[in-house]
Design a protein around this ligand. Structure first.
Ligand code: SF4
Length: 701
């Protein structure tokens, strides 16, 4: 069997580790790419086993429709692509004729290539003429993105390459378990520690990342904002502010200085549980280090105060003069494979390509010019992801929905309610590799090509645009989402605007992004191959790209970082009475997002076969629960049953559940059946990471 080696990238997380796929006839084999500068030969267990997705026996190999059209209790049966497309186009026409253009919606994903994310935004606004589009990245790190845009005028998760992490003398990591979720990234953390750097991890659990740190702060979930304000208070009170930097490079800091006056360390200790001495130690260490870095992730960001929390950590970094300095700064560790690119090219409810605002007349005119449409024909901003899902099937909501690369039934907050809303739709079409929990609810299911079967670009957590190279043809019967958008647009009279060749789509994306903050104009596939990725912004083909931002100015009109005071408010659901504990959620090393892919990989599911609720022995004893017993967790949204894992690595007032499972029978380990759907007022991020919960011993589900 002749086999060719193709350098490509992992299908999963935002690190986008390089790998070499050896494929001739299936099955394919892979090995880490020793030369790719991000992982340098490292892969986690998800990456090592990714080739199993390509030939998986549960792979969808033909479009599916209901045996009895319109009756979702009837079986899904195979059909032709023509029939599947015709049914979707007919449903779009009928729904929009009766209920108007916004009655048809689109829900995208942070795993789509840049080309598909771009085409999907255009498909919604041009082919469907709807404002109803958003994507699962709204649930991922939209709050940090909003905070970064507000302060820096630009949102690039890490405004520096990962290698800079190794140069930080003090590293503060808030709400990330990178050692489990993206282990190859730890080589930069480890290099710093071996140099003698002080590493501080903030997490309610003593995770693998926390165990490797010099200091672990274990606050009550949902109190990171108070912690950040307390650190700022110490910085101000102890005269640790870099006054020269603040005067030259920020605006509005005086109001921030005044706003933290009441966040005395002992008050912060009462709110967070973090000792005064630790708070002081961290503030002084950050201030006194030659190079210091603050990184946040979902644990700090997925809250109703997520934007303010990220903002407070940005203020901390600004007060200390960190952004723009070598080995220093603030960044957020994006999660999804194309979480960064997925939010730059127009699949967000309020955005156009190039990270432009949909309500900006200049941006509308520019993008409409590239698309060859009248700017006035473009719809305005639509509802955010959860707000769209909450209204599905209602008179003023979406009645027909197209989902690409998202398993909403598992990943949305208040999951039982969202599943009910999905069932209330007049029409649901889902494109996926497998019959995910969301696809199983659909009228039409479209089997799509996956990572190694397609060409495109992805943008990793550093803002490094990379080439996802095609190594293998998709199986017969499977089509690419660009082909699907073209075919559907053709049936809606707009097919000529939707090319199927990713290089053609990327060239159009470059034009549409030109002049925007996420400017890809100078990036070509040829450059990506020659340079192993290019950092945006890159406005012209002779521009080198921008690995490091903010050295001289921020992306605001006056070049200064904008400081807008934020304050601590109890925006976490209060505990007490019937719901005495705090529930928090997160990821496991062997599973990814909703688990639609990783739960099907044999080795990964053997390692993590089921979701287990982590309970401290003191809490478990109170409820007569032992290791391997089952508990029913109940919140104000619903309840779910989990097998117990006893651990003293979690706070005694906190329960942790992983969010990779759902839909396996009523309440069987569906973490998001429990989570809180109140939203951050600015980013519309749901409050996933902290809610009040009751614990009771239970029988197996
Ligand atoms: Fe893939 Fe992320 Fe694991 Fe790297 S760390 S192999 S990108 S899942």
């Amino acid at each position: 069997m002749s086999r060719t080696a193709t350098r490509t990238h992992c299908p999963y997380c935002s690190l986008q580790c390089g790998m070499v796929l050896h494929a001739g006839d299936r099955p394919a084999e892979l090995q880490p790419d020793e030369t790719f500068p991000v992982n340098r030969g490292g892969l986690c267990s998800k990456g090592w086993t990714a080739a199993e997705l390509l030939d998986h026996p549960e792979r969808l190999l033909a479009p599916l429709v209901r045996a009895v059209p319109g009756d979702r209790s009837s079986r899904l049966v195979p059909t032709t692509w023509e029939d599947a497309y015709d049914r979707i186009a007919a449903a779009v026409r009928t729904t929009q004729a009766v209920h108007g253009p916004d009655a048809v919606g689109v829900f995208g994903g942070g795993g789509l290539t840049n080309e598909k994310a771009y085409a999907l935004g255009k498909f919604a606004r041009v082919a469907l003429g709807t404002s109803a589009i958003d994507y699962n990245g709204r649930f991922c790190m939209s709050s940090a993105a909003t905070a970064a845009n507000r302060a820096f005028g630009i949102d690039r998760g890490l405004p520096f390459p990962l290698e800079d992490v190794a140069a930080a003398d003090v590293l503060l990591v808030v709400g990330s378990n990178a050692a489990a979720t993206m282990p190859p990234a730890m080589q930069w953390v480890d290099a710093g520690r071996e140099r003698g750097a002080l590493h501080v991890v903030v997490d309610p659990r003593r995770t693998a990342t926390a165990k490797g740190a010099s200091l672990h702060l274990q606050p009550v979930p949902g109190t990171d904002l108070a912690l950040a304000l307390g650190l700022l208070h110490v910085v101000v009170k102890d005269r640790l502010v870099d006054e020269e930097y603040v005067a030259a490079r920020t605006s509005g800091f005086e109001a921030v200085r005044a706003s933290v006056a009441s966040f005395w360390p002992d008050r912060v200790e009462r709110i967070t549980g973090v000792a005064v001495a630790d708070l002081r130690r961290v503030a002084h260490a950050l201030a006194e280090a030659p190079a210091a870095m603050v990184l946040t992730a979902r644990g700090a960001e997925q809250h109703a105060a997520g934007t303010d929390t990220a903002t407070a950590f940005i203020h901390l970094a600004l007060a200390l003069g960190l952004p723009g300095r070598p080995g220093s700064g603030y960044g957020t560790l994006t999660g999804q494979g194309n979480g960064q690119g997925g939010r730059e090219h127009g699949q967000k409810a309020d955005q156009l390509p190039g990270y432009r605002r949909l309500d900006d007349p200049t941006a509308r005119a520019h993008v409409a010019g590239v698309w060859g449409v009248d700017p006035d024909s473009l719809p305005g901003p639509g509802r955010s992801a959860y707000e769209m899902l909450d209204r599905l099937g209602r008179d003023d909501g979406v009645r027909g929905l197209l989902v690409m690369a998202s398993n909403i039934a598992v990943s949305a907050p208040r999951g039982t309610h969202v599943v009910e809303r999905l069932k209330a739709l007049d029409f649901l079409a889902v494109s996926d590799l497998f019959l995910s929990e969301t696809a199983a609810l659909a009228d039409v299911v479209l089997p799509t090509a996956q990572w190694a079967e397609e060409e495109g670009t992805m943008t990793n957590l550093e803002g490094r645009v990379i080439h996802r190279r095609k190594a293998i043809d998709p199986p017969a019967g499977v089509r690419d989402d660009l082909a699907t958008m073209h075919e559907l647009a053709t049936r809606l009279g707009q097919g000529d605007k939707f090319p199927t060749d990713p290089r053609t789509v990327f060239d159009e994306l470059r034009q549409a992004s030109a002049g925007g903050t996420a400017d890809y104009a100078g990036i070509t596939y040829e450059r990506l191959d020659a340079e192993d990725g290019v950092f945006w912004p890159c406005p012209s083909e002779d521009h080198p790209g921008t690995p490091r931002l903010f050295a001289e100015r921020f992306a605001t009109p006056d070049g200064r970082a904008r400081c807008v005071p934020v304050t601590w408010q109890e925006r976490v659901e209060p505990t007490g009475g019937a719901y005495p504990y705090v529930l928090t959620t997160g990821r496991l090393m062997e599973q990814y997002q909703s688990g639609a892919q990783t739960r099907r990989v044999r080795q990964l599911s053997l390692a993590q076969p089921e979701p287990r609720a982590e309970l401290h022995p003191d809490l478990a004893r109170r409820h007569g629960v032992g290791d391997d017993d089952h508990v029913r967790l109940t919140t104000r949204r619903g309840s779910a049953v989990f097998r117990v894992r006893l651990t003293d690595e979690i706070r005694p007032d906190t329960v942790f559940v992983p969010f990779h499972w759902g839909g396996g029978g009523p309440g069987a380990g569906h973490a998001n059946a429990l989570t809180d759907d109140r939203l951050d007022p600015l980013s519309r991020m749901p409050a996933f990471k902290a809610c009040a919960v009751a614990v009771a011993r239970a029988d197996e589900p």
